[in-house]
Write a protein that binds this ligand. Sequence first.
Ligand code: MRU
Length: 355
Amino acid sequence: MKDSPAPGFATIEWRGDGLSLIDQRKLPTEETYVHCPDWQTVAEAITTMVVRGAPAIGITAAYGVVLAAQAADGPLEVALEPAFAGLAATRPTAVNLFWALDRMRRRLDGLPDDRAAAVAALESEARSIHDEDRAMCGAMGRHGAALLAEGCRVLTHCNTGALATGGDGTAAAVIRQAWRDGKLVRAYADETRPFLQGSRLTAWELHRDGVPVTVITDNMAGWLMARGEVDAVIVGFDRVAANGDGANKIGTYALAVLCKHHGIPFYFVGPTSSIDPDTAGGAAIRIERRPDREVTHVGPTRLVPEGVPVENPAFDVTPAALVHGIITEHGVMRPPYGPAIARQLGLGDPSTADR
Ligand code: MRU
């Protein structure tokens, strides 16, 4: 089987002396690109959601470190500290951010003395993070699609596609592969309040690939399930803990509970770089709280009366007990997830690793 074709847009493009990012705040009405000439603009782009999605955040931050190295004076170990700290402070939940920064930091060991060669080595590491993610997307797509039956209808949440990764996605890669295999008859994309990643982004990229996609508001999912119109729910994740609990876009937990009630399989799809073996369970995952304005307004239009408080947690945690399988680039993990995760990450004796 072949890997997916590259999408006809560049979510993250390294230009040698800067980073170009498609501006995801403007889609689907405008396809414009933001140029980041330094690590500070890269950090701002992550914070403000020009770029988002766990793997894409990690890749972007890695290139941010390269930009910092290009501009650095003095020993890199010292000069890069503000960039490492500033990039790490952008978004707390997606573990890929910290995973990619750790990987860039480890590359600082044993760099050549020559500054140009040292920067080139960091650039090569960032490119590898990007390229490896692309390959992992293809593998996840194939592993996930193999689980689906002919004629399936899949519901997904948020955006997990080419806009969220270095390739054609995590859960969206499964949807794309199932469509190419002739198995998928329809994808349902939850609108995904409040930032609308489903209706603005997932619908945009799947529709331009010719994948049949229907947008529903988040509160329609249960009724579709009750009518027998959903065969599987497939979503990405920002951080899966050592026991299989997973943080993903707010609303994911409710979908998993609905799946349990209706006997529908619920799958997480993500690369092993989104798994955090150092976090024992979901309760320890830090959930980002985003600005009120994302809830109180759509564009310039106020939806909530002045003075009324709102909540805006960007993610929720789905307990492992509600998850039928976790699909990574290595294959499909089934419960109990502790030993399965330890095995996939190569962490010691799996029989003693269940936490
Ligand atoms: O707040 P976002 O848009 O960065 O949230 C993204 C998600 O929740 C995705 O489902 C997740 O990153 C995993 S798939 C790439």
